[in-house]
Ligand binder design. Structure first.
Ligand code: COA
Ligand code: AMP
Length: 631
């Protein structure tokens, strides 16, 4: 038995000891009364009675402890050509001052603040400033349309919005303020106003009452001290796609989050304090929350904040340039980024141009990592390439090859073994465990570890219904897969209508809700089809209302535009075609999974409950017109 088995088994025998020990690495204002409060199952709370401040643990503690001049964040933007190195002292001071500005505008403990910002240092400042005064931030990814932002405003009911004037995408500047104003027009809840960071690319915007420039907000501000919060108080709410148009507000608490994330940096990612770690994601996603901002800072590491794309900004060598320039030792990104690089630089010629001698490990997550991509990366980079699996809900990895505990043999296709803290089981519909090697639902025995979601924002019943009801005693991940004889997990597919497009989590149900608003559409189905670059792409089939005579291309374009306007460009919705009818079961359930298999050219069994099997042939013809299956 190796060290992984020792740690995992020790955790299983005495789960609280591991976390009590890990919690010593966090500075507490008041120690916890109980490591795990299990008095109200299926709800569990970690470090109940404990008090702390997350921003203090991310910044002040390191400033006081000898890291004041170490870089906390290195901002590198090939979009603007800017590189900025913020030391722990700089960042602490900027956070404290901005926290003072928020306080001066009446933001206090427990108030929600929505952050709609691009990948610039001020975004991290805004997040940490909220944490400093005990306010609850909710970052919304810049690629989401006003409608999505409005939904989040109505759910989180923020006192204030923090924004920048623009985000930058290759070849275009996206002005944020018109989007934000539109979202506020759409929402029922009206925030007091917006603090706006003016980027040089868009220095001015049409100001509305309540809007205030970031620099003006700072003018009279006094630095704010850290406000003590309970371990169980929320640090942030991050909305993620659910099975309907209403996203789920994943709640993250302060204490468990700080403990788990700090612990994960060394044990899972093998990162030491003082070294540079880069998660190439966006702060709008959970990876950005956990591994661009909170975990590296809790750990006293240096984080990279990268504003660019893996290819085209300016070339497929960008990642290697950043690694070389900033001595990155460990990196984390989505497989799709590597597929994009591999496509443009198959021989790795750009890799050879940079000194990558300090680079040690590449981690991939967010979607299935295909063996081709992993092996290409291994060959080109000559470092371990580690797939790992987690979700917005858990906030940190559930399965990994835990490089800081023990480098286990790599098995292609598997994101590794369960992380201590996660008792992962594979069960059938009757909630019985299946044999090793058999497929089933991937579930986690309750309680979830520190850091994982304790509930959904203002939606406790939804939390129960979505995660705790189908498999009593377990958390339902909504992924399906199996575990092999050696205890490696294989994650094969989602069991709901979530798809992963370029590592971005999207709901096909939400897209169907948009398409069904089209006046010519009687019904529709959206499902994910395999894509060589982005992993999956959404594909929509629409049934037109009787008597509709408009040009089909016009209707298609309307549909594409509607999804872009209501969900966002990030949905990458371009494939849509009319069909005469949709295949259904006799009880009226649309057979999306069967259509997806036809589109992907996979074998399938015609479901026994199908109402009219002939419809599948019609669908096959329509999909062929769209170019599916790909040959
Ligand atoms: N703001 C506004 N628009 C955005 C955006 C943002 N923050 N992010 C993406 N978009 C837009 C893109 O410009 C694109 O618009 P277009 O349809 O007009 O071209 C659209 O959304 C789709 O974006 P994406 O799917 O990301 O495709 P892309 O061609 O821009 O880039 C990759 C492809 C692979 C380079 C890119 O998806 C990538 O780097 N992915 C990594 C994903 C990741 O980090 N995931 C987080 C989990 S680890
Ligand atoms: P998100 O909440 O955006 O992180 O998406 C979580 C979902 O992405 C999971 O439920 C999986 O379906 C998928 N996912 C994440 N990482 C992996 C992985 N390493 N392998 C397979 N699927 C993954």
């Amino acid at each position: 038995m190796g060290r992984y088995d020792d740690v995992y088994n020790a955790w299983r025998e005495d789960p609280e000891s591991l976390w009590a020990e890990a919690a010593k690495d966090i500075d507490w204002v008041k120690p916890w009364d109980r490591v795990l409060d299990d008095t109200n199952p299926p709800f569990y709370r970690w470090f109940a009675g404990g008090e702390l401040n997350t921003a203090y643990n991310c910044l002040d503690r390191h400033v006081d402890g000898g890291r004041a001049d170490q870089a906390a964040i290195i901002y590198d933007s090939p979009m603007t050509g800017n590189v900025e190195r913020l030391t722990y002292r700089d960042l602490r001071d900027r956070v404290a001052l901005f926290a003072g500005a928020l306080r001066a505008r009446g933001v206090g403990k427990g108030d929600r603040v929505i952050i709609y910002m691009p990948m610039i240092p001020e975004t991290a400042v805004a997040m940490l400033a909220c944490a400093r005064i005990g306010a609850v931030h909710s970052v919304v990814f810049g690629g989401f349309a006003p409608n999505e932002l409005a939904t989040r405003i109505d759910d989180a009911k923020p006192k204030l919005i923090i924004a920048a004037t623009c985000g930058l995408e290759p070849g275009r500047v996206i002005e944020y303020m018109p989007l934000i104003h539109k979202a506020i027009d759409l929402s029922k809840h009206k925030p007091d106003g917006t603090i706006v960071y003016a980027r040089p690319e868009v220095p001015a915007f049409e100001m509305r009452q309540g809007d205030m420039l970031w620099d003006d907000a700072l003018k009279d501000a006094e630095p704010a001290e850290c406000v003590t919060v309970k371990a169980t108080d929320p640090l942030y709410v991050l909305y993620t796609s659910g099975t309907t148009g209403q996203p789920k507000g994943v709640v993250r608490d302060n204490g468990g989050h700080a403990v788990a994330l700090k612990w994960s940096m060394k044990n899972l990612y093998d990162v030491d304090p003082g070294t540079t770690f880069w998660a190439a994601s966006d702060v709008g996603w959970v990876v950005g929350h956990s591994y661009i901002v909170y975990a590296p800072l809790l750990h006293g590491a240096t984080a990279i904040l990268f504003e660019g794309k893996p290819v085209g900004t300016p070339d497929p060598g960008t990642f290697w340039r950043v690694i070389a320039d900033h001595d990155v030792q460990v990196m984390f990104t989505a497989p799709t980024a590597f597929r994009a690089i591999k496509q443009q630089d198959p021989k790795g010629e750009f890799i050879g141009k940079y000194d990558l001698s300090k680079f040690r490990i590449l981690f991939l997550a967010g979607e299935r990592a295909d063996s081709d991509t992993i092996q290409w990366a291994e060959k080109q980079l000559q470092v371990p390439v580690i797939d790992h699996w987690w979700q917005t809900e858990t906030g940190w990895p559930m399965a990994i090859n835990p490089m800081g505990i023990e480098a286990l043999p790599v098995k292609y296709g598997s994101p590794g073994k369960p992380v201590p803290g996660y008792d992962i089981r594979i069960v059938n519909d009757a909630n019985e465990e299946v044999k090793r090697g058999d497929m089933g639902a991937i579930v986690v025995k309750l309680p979830l570890p520190p850091g994982a979601l304790p509930t959904l924002w203002n939606a406790e019943q939804r939390f129960r219904d979505a995660y705790l009801t189908d498999y009593p005693g377990y958390y339902k991940t909504a992924d399906a897969g199996y575990m092999d004889e050696d205890g490696y997990l294989y994650v094969m597919a989602r069991t709901d209508d979530i798809i992963n497009v370029a590592g971005h989590r999207l709901s096909t149900g939400a897209m169907e809700e948009v398409l069904s608003q089209h006046p010519d559409v009687a019904e529709c189905a959206v499902f994910g089809v395999a894509d060589q670059m982005k992993g999956q792409l959404p594909l929509g089939l629409i049934v037109l209302k009787a008597g509709v005579e408009r040009d089909v291309d016009e209707i298609r374009n309307d549909c594409i535009q509607m999804i872009r306007n209501q969900i966002g460009a990030v949905a990458a919705f371009r494939l849509v075609t009319p069909v005469k009818r949709l295949p259904k079961t006799r009880s009226g359930k649309v057979l999306r999974a069967t259509m997806q298999k036809i589109a992907d050219g996979e074998e399938f069994k015609t479901p026994a409950t199908i109402d009219d099997p002939a419809i599948l042939d019609e669908i096959r013809v329509s999909l062929e017109d769209l170019g599916y299956p790909k040959r």
